[in-house]
Design a protein around this ligand. Structure first.
Ligand code: ADP
Ligand code: MG
Length: 380
């Protein structure tokens, strides 16, 4: 067990790295953050910083010799770097888990082989277009680049074989072609798993996306106890099958026909789990510190229904934020800004949480705050 005072390394200094480092600091740990971007949010509070590549051998050996354990902020760090660190350090989640989750082909193949239901899909490699017969049942579909996609990036809706050939021909990368499902709702679950297999699992969140980006998460999801238990059991089983250690997030689709599918895995805390900072005894970042250091996991008890809204760069004009008093003047809302210098459309600049007597009330307030903010921007 690594006790407070130990040095924890984090590959990635975005908002997830920042919130991890804040939780670690509060619990008495030190952090070393690595990020290629000198303005990465987590550098503001890291005890040690390395600006550079996640593959830089000097940075990696420095982490090996000065950190007691290392984790990653996101799935797109090179698994080879984690494998290198694993030779001399505790690395959680493991390079193998990250490798599986960072590549849609490996991820979806793993899920299918383990018997978890995913949207029907085909693998496309080396520019080889699948036969019309195998493709047709998946159209209209979503073509997804196998690696590096997030927030709907690297995805294209395809309606015809011709469109698919064109898109695949234009990009020299592996893909999955997935059937586009008619969705009734989207859910996610965040869990933490210790190295001894102890698991702490949060309530199910219901997620509303806009243009492939998370807009609002509401907790607890308004679903039957049975469906909630099923979703949580699937997530827990996936973590077990992956022999996972750390915080794992699992996204789900509920189709119009009532069938439940696993969408994707994130080997880290999740945007839809930010509500745990305000709505739970222990946040997803606290649990990640605990799983990394080998501390016992803490309670995931939800203290209040809540909703979380994302603040995207679309709401900024040049470098000016939207009228944030809309959030700040509400007694049950809490604002988080990540300190990012360059607002861009689709870029996550911050989020807010609203607590309510019911999840409907919290969601209604979050929705109207976001509507007011975007209305204020479009009026300018
Ligand atoms: P990302 O890594 O960008 O989050 P996802 O695969 O989760 O990628 O896709 C982003 C969003 O796009 C999903 O949350 C969902 O709203 C929509 N989407 C993705 N795949 C499908 C699908 N097969 N059918 C219907 N909607 C989908
Ligand atoms: Mg997703």
């Amino acid at each position: 067990m690594l006790l407070p005072g130990s040095m924890l390394g984090v590959l990635g200094g975005g908002q997830l790295g920042l919130m991890f480092a804040l939780a670690a600091r509060r619990m008495g740990y030190q952090t070393t953050v690595v990020d290629p971007d000198p303005r990465a949010p987590a550098f503001g509070i890291a005890d040690r910083k390395f600006v550079g590549s996640y593959r830089d051998p000097e940075i990696l050996s420095e982490l090996s010799s000065t950190c007691h354990a290392v984790t990653t902020e996101f799935e797109n760090v090179p698994a080879t770097s984690l494998a290198f660190l694993e030779k001399s350090l505790t690395v959680r989640p493991s390079s193998r888990s990250v490798e599986t989750c960072q590549d849609r082909i490996l991820e979806k193949t793993f899920l299918r082989e383990q018997g978890f239901e995913t949207a029907p899909f085909l693998v496309i490699r080396d520019g080889k277009i699948p036969s019309s017969d195998s493709m047709r049942p998946l159209l209209p579909g979503i073509l997804k680049a196998s690696r590096e996609g997030y927030d709907g990036k690297g995805q294209w809706v395809v309606s015809s074989p011709e469109e698919l050939s064109r898109l695949v021909g234009e990009r020299n990368t592996p893909f999955v072609l997935e059937k586009k499902l008619d969705l009734k709702a989207e859910f996610s679950v965040v869990l933490a798993r210790g190295h001894d297999g102890q698991t702490a699992i949060y309530p199910v969140a219901e997620n509303i996306h806009e243009s492939g980006i998370l807009h609002i998460s509401a907790v607890p999801a308004g679903i039957s106890t049975d469906l909630g238990e099923k979703i949580r059991a699937v997530a827990e089983n996936i973590a077990k099958k992956l022999e996972y250690t750390g915080v794992l997030s699992v996204e789900f689709f509920l189709a119009d026909d009532g069938r439940l599918y696993v969408n994707e895995l994130a080997p880290r805390p999740h945007n839809s789990g930010h509500y745990t900072l305000d709505g739970c005894i222990a946040s997803q970042f606290d649990q990640h510190v605990r799983a990394l250091t080998g501390l016992p996991l803490a309670s995931t008890l939800l203290l209040s229904p809540c909703a979380m809204g994302n603040l995207l760069g679309d709401l900024w004009r040049e470098n000016s934020p939207p009228p944030l008093q809309v959030i700040l003047s509400h007694p049950s809302a809490k604002l988080y800004l990540y300190g990012k210098a360059n607002p861009r459309p689709g870029r996550k600049m911050g989020h807010f949480t609203v607590l309510g007597n019911t999840v409907q009330e919290a969601t209604h307030i979050a929705r109207s705050m976001l509507a007011t903010l975007s209305g204020a921007v479009s009026e300018q």
